[in-house]
Design a protein. Structure first.
Length: 286
């Protein structure tokens, strides 16, 4: 349930930068709004983006942000660019900042009850008559990839998923990545060793990949030079998926960083093709 919706506040200079980085259609053919919606009774912040032509119905995609707390939360500029680009491909896009962030109520649990903030977007979409709520996709980056995996274990509604540099093994990342260690030292330093191990285990899809629904084909993207979430996170999961005979594709970008900046165009094409193939070209799931 949406309790508030507001237009974005962007300058002409910002809009021109967005056009340059994500394409003119991202601004000229798309509407992006900031929303406050109810999730488990909490007022949670997020965004929606959709084509300006409201006479058609558009498949829905949930985009899961990375980071923790307000670090990594979308602002209006990035919402227009990131979400607006997907909407310009012909989709109704929803994003959650997760509870406790951007002025929202509750506490960011980094993969705990805040996973419900993703799933409760199903109800938000029902309030838009041009959203085709019978067709769903999901995408996540970094922590958002972890959130995507966790959401997938709770529903088989999604016809396709895309994960970019997704966290699959929290313990491994803390030991190997300075970025992840810094995050945990600052955000979760009150956990004792036993609680920390349990915390990581419950959020690491590598431990329960068999819980992923095989009705949701996965596209895994990862840069080989990613120092934040190491590429073997996606590679290790791929081996698990092979054993499970799970439908997926793994693409590694040579010397690609965490954000795949040198490979943005190629990654965008792969993402769009994946969603178009499973959300638009197929009316029924296998």
């Amino acid at each position: 349930m949406i309790i508030n919706s507001e237009n974005l506040n962007l300058t002409s200079t910002q809009l021109n930068l967005i056009k340059s980085g994500w394409g003119s259609d991202t601004v000229e053919k798309v509407e992006v709004k900031k929303i406050t919606y109810l999730s488990d009774g909490l007022k949670v912040k997020g965004y929606v983006a959709y084509p300006v032509n409201e006479n058609e119905k558009y498949p829905c995609i949930i985009w899961c942000r990375g980071g923790y707390g307000n670090a990594g939360a979308l602002d209006d500029f990035n919402a227009q660019g990131i979400l607006g680009q997907i909407a310009s491909w012909g989709y109704f896009v929803l994003e959650t900042q997760y509870r406790g962030n951007d002025g929202g109520e509750g506490q960011d649990e980094f993969g705990g009850k805040d996973v419900n903030d993703i799933l409760n977007l199903f109800d938000v979409a029902e309030e838009f008559p041009f959203a085709d709520t019978s067709i769903w996709g999901i995408e996540g980056w970094s922590r958002g990839g972890m959130m995507t995996y966790l959401a997938l274990t709770k529903t088989n509604k999604f016809r396709a998923a895309v994960v970019n540099a997704g966290i699959t093994n929290l313990s491994c990342n803390v030991n190997e990545s300075k970025f992840m260690k810094h995050l945990f030292d600052n955000a979760f330093n009150k956990l004792n060793d036993t609680d920390f191990e349990a915390f990581c285990s419950k959020r690491s899809i590598i431990n329960f990949a068999d819980k992923l629904p095989d009705s949701t084909p996965l596209l895994l993207l990862h840069g080989t030079a990613d120092k934040r979430v190491l590429p073997h996170d996606s590679i290790d999961l791929a081996y698990k998926l092979l054993d499970l005979k799970f439908p997926f594709r793994l693409v590694l970008f040579e010397n690609g960083d965490h954000f795949l900046k040198p490979h943005k165009s190629e990654a965008d094409q792969l993402r769009k093709h994946w969603f178009d193939n499973y959300l638009k070209n197929k009316k029924e799931r296998k």
